[in-house]
Design a protein around this ligand. Structure first.
Ligand code: GLC
Length: 471
């Protein structure tokens, strides 16, 4: 089967969050299963673009409102990612250094989607499925079904995967003429609460809807930033499929970013060497349990609770642990985290920004990873961490709930808590410190989590099975 993935991000071309990791790796595993998977994304001006060779695949022209736009589809020449990668270039719109965050994001992503559908309409054959990811690509099923020029694509199966339902791509109705001339009887498919809501439209129009974990699918029925009723109504075509991780990229035995490679057989010495280096680099004490946080510093991830939790834990537990934070986001949280460096030198450090190499070193060198998320559709960091023998300390939500079992339960290997609160976080840190002191148990748990198979194999197949249920 031929699968076309449409996404704003794809690792290693452009990454803001987990979406990129998923779109970067799922197609590889689908290819391994004997299918043809392709990815199309906007041609952001990223390093990957300049460092690789490209060929022009197609040139076309589209209208968006009163604007007439030329677009070019280029294809990476050497199949470096293991599948065909296409980028859409639209002069003045996709040619930016960041993926998101511009005032004209609505125009940029609408034009991107129109160009993708226009290109698709010129193919001599039809793909087996068009698989769109998040709201930046969510208008595509509507366009294929209800825009007059593209109705010959209406029968092509479509799937939307929701990696994050918080962002929906809202646009006001005065922008409805951005879409290529469409059947106005279908306005209800675009509308939610008097706005054009691309994510809601994707859920209504796609043949199947998936989220990146079963628990998150359930949660969306009662907490979906306004779309709860929609998910309840459409639940018949909704499924949760847990993300996998790219075990070739996240492999402590082969990882070139880390100081010392290790496997489950020499895990104790391997982790220790990596921890020593990390602690040296960040002026921390290698004898104490090291807790890390990696990710965006935003409310969704409950990063605002970190400064207070870290302070309380260090204070009440007599500084029996160390913390290292890597991430960027809310300026206020960034500032608070940076401010802890002074009073807690030797116990605490942070680096504001995004650093793939350091992230790998942290997974390898840490003892525990903190993920207090308020919303976590899947979460990949806990799975990366476990692969490196780092124990997850997570809130019981979404994909975290589906991938971590508490040490208090049969066969458990992580620490879970219920509320996104300073108290729950510090209490969990306390439990983790106790586990750290029980060396034998810790060692057994590390071995156990390193052996857990969170690879894509199973989930990649689940997607294929899902595509096959359409018609
Ligand atoms: C988003 C979600 C995260 C998920 C990722 C990949 O970033 O917030 O939970 O793991 O997408 O699906």
């Amino acid at each position: 089967m031929e699968i076309l993935h449409v996404s704003a991000e794809c690792y290693p071309v452009a990454k803001v969050g987990g979406l990129a990791d998923v779109v970067g790796s799922l197609p590889k595993y689908q290819q391994d299963l004997g299918h043809i998977a392709k990815v199309v994304m906007p041609m952001h001006r990223m390093k990957f673009l300049y460092e690789n060779e490209w060929v022009v695949d197609h040139k076309g022209n589209i209208n968006m409102g009163s604007r007439n736009l030329d677009y070019t589809i280029i294809k990476e020449k050497e199949n470096k990612l293991g599948y065909d990668l296409y980028c859409v270039d639209i002069f003045g719109l996709t040619d930016r250094e960041k993926v998101y965050g511009y005032d004209d994001d609505t125009e940029r992503f609408t034009a991107f989607q129109i160009a993708v559908v226009d290109w698709l309409s010129k193919w001599e054959h039809r793909p087996g499925v068009v698989h769109v990811h998040d709201h930046h690509a969510a208008l595509i099923p509507f366009m294929m079904q209800h825009c007059f020029d593209y109705r010959h694509l209406a029968e092509v199966p479509t799937v939307i995967t929701i990696h994050n339902g918080q962002y929906q791509g809202w646009m006001s109705w005065d922008k409805s003429d951005y879409l290529p001339s469409w059947d106005s009887w279908q306005w209800g498919k675009l509308d939610w609460d008097n706005m054009i809501n691309p994510l809601a439209c994707g859920v209504k129009c796609a043949h199947r809807v998936t989220t990146v974990s079963p628990s998150y699918m359930e949660e969306l029925m009662s907490d979906a930033n306004g779309l709860e009723q929609l998910f309840v109504m459409e639940r018949g075509k909704c499924t949760g499929i847990l993300n996998g991780i790219d075990v070739a990229v996240w492999d402590p035995q082969k990882d070139t970013y880390i100081l010392d490679n290790y496997s489950v057989d020499d895990l104790e010495s391997g982790k220790l060497l990596n921890k020593e280096k990390l602690c040296r680099d960040f002026n921390l004490d290698k004898e104490k349990p090291l807790f890390i946080y990696i990710g965006r510093l935003v409310g969704e991830k409950a990063a605002d609770l970190l400064p207070r939790s870290i302070q309380d834990a260090l204070f009440h537990l007599n500084s029996r642990m160390n913390f290292l934070i890597l991430g960027s986001g809310d300026p206020d949280v960034e500032w608070q985290l940076e401010a802890l460096k002074g009073p807690f030198t030797g116990y605490y450090n942070s680096q504001i920004g995004y650093n793939e190499k350091l992230a790998h070193q942290m997974y390898a060198g840490a003892d525990f990873i903190l993920m207090p998320s308020r919303v976590e559709p899947c979460g990949l960091n806990q799975m990366y961490a476990m692969r490196y023998g780092t124990v997850p300390v997570v809130r019981s939500i979404g994909g975290l709930k589906d991938t971590v079992v508490d040490i208090g339960d049969a066969g458990g290997y992580g620490i879970r808590f219920n509320n996104a609160s300073v108290w729950d976080i510090t209490y969990s840190i306390h439990r983790a410190v106790e586990l750290y002191d029980d060396k034998e148990r810790l060692q057994a748990i590390r071995e156990q989590i390193m052996r857990i198979d969170n690879s894509w194999e199973l989930s990649a197949e689940r997607y294929i099975n899902l595509y096959q249920t359409i018609r």
